[in-house]
Ligand binder design. Structure first.
Ligand code: SAM
Length: 338
């Protein structure tokens, strides 16, 4: 597929400076090809340390094209990267483990280690979940946390594998609390902590977002239509100096619905109230169809309405390995200072 060959060559050319910058800062996890914006919609190619992760979201990649792409990258980077190919073009983007598409060598599927901002992260080509264990477009936000967490108490919401918490700990935070309802994700967070054993210890809370954040914010926990709620960990009301809110696009639980399109306020309001008076809230919205200007207006209005007007609002964009032709990257991050 010469068109893909050419598109990949252009993508690698465009990243030359970025890659040497990333290598210098201790990062070997990054996107090498962002298909939607670089000429092959639905195809992504990422480096995770020693691993090359190719993912297709619209249609499977032909075997020859996969091998040609791998060869070109190995030659350009001068590294024998271990190939894992995950076809996610089936419905619900489940990973197709069909060995006819590509049979990864055993070494590629072992537990590996990648680096970002000088920190170690667990890399696993195949695991119980669908997504890689580190979301690469959030790298700049993690870097911001590392540079701005010193002396602070930090609450990492929807923590997933706790990359944000790890950066806070590496940035000399006074206390780091990671919160997620999925024990499997927090378990990888614990592995990540163990891979960086010189860092101060972090806390991990396995809980649904809604009861946890509402307790921190000292708000009541209500059930829908009087239904009995599942049990949840009891937490004391408190505020944090730095709160990081990076939710999924949509998720439903017995306690409420995460819906970044229709109802960001339900997530934001308690998170603002759990942020200290002169603290900082970093919040994100990864839905491409949400416009940054509309969302920013909504966020600022919500804070104002609950009596916590934002003193300063800064936008943080993903790095150049996630190019966006219209300057409207799906992942939008706001740093709100109160
Ligand atoms: C897209 S990931 C968030 C990415 C993460 N902030 C990071 O730094 O990589 C979504 C996470 O939200 C968690 N999650 C989804 N709904 C939740 C809820 N209602 N309460 C707590 N965690 C939830 C999932 O378990 C998953 O770890």
């Amino acid at each position: 597929m010469p068109a893909l060959d050419q598109a990949l060559r252009a993508a690698l050319d465009a990243r030359e400076n970025l890659l040497s910058e990333l290598h210098t800062q201790g990062t070997d996890c990054y996107r090498l090809f962002h298909g939607t914006q670089e000429g092959s919609p639905g195809l992504t190619v990422d480096r995770y340390g020693p691993q090359l992760l190719v993912q297709s979201f619209h249609e499977p990649l032909e075997h020859d094209a996969l091998l040609a792409l791998t060869k070109q990258i190995r030659e350009r980077l001068g590294l024998p990267l271990l190939l894992v190919y995950n076809d996610r073009s089936n419905s619900h983007s489940r990973i197709d483990r069909n060995p006819e598409l590509h049979q990864a060598e055993a070494a590629a599927l072992e537990d590996l280690i990648g680096q970002e901002w000088g920190l170690n992260y667990r890399v696993r080509g195949r695991h119980a979940g669908q997504d890689p264990l580190l979301f690469l477009d959030l790298r700049n936000a993690r870097g911001w946390v590392k540079a701005n967490a010193a002396g602070k108490t930090v609450l990492n919401l929807f923590a997933y594998t706790c990359g944000v918490g790890l950066c806070a700990a590496a940035g000399d935070a006074r206390e780091v609390v990671n919160l997620d309802f999925a024990e499997g994700n927090l378990a990888v967070g614990r592995e990540n902590a163990a891979l960086n054993s010189t860092l101060p210890t972090m806390q991990f809370i396995q809980s649904d977002y809604f009861p946890a954040i509402r307790q921190f914010a000292d708000l009541p926990i209500s059930s829908r239509r009087g239904q009995k709620l599942p049990s949840y960990p009891r937490l004391q009301p408190r505020q944090f100096d730095l709160v990081f809110l990076d939710p999924p696009a949509w998720a439903k639980s017995a306690f409420g619905t995460v819906d970044l399109l229709r109802d960001y306020q339900s997530l934001l309001k308690p998170a603002v109230l759990a942020t200290a008076e002169d603290g900082t809230l970093v919040c994100s919205n990864n839905l491409a169809k949400v416009d940054i200007d509309d969302w920013r207006t909504q966020v600022l209005r919500c804070a104002e309405k609950i009596g916590r007007p934002v003193r300063d609002c800064q936008m943080l964009a993903p790095a150049a390995d996630f190019p966006s032709l219209d300057s409207k990257p799906p992942l939008k991050t706001l740093i709100l200072r109160f």
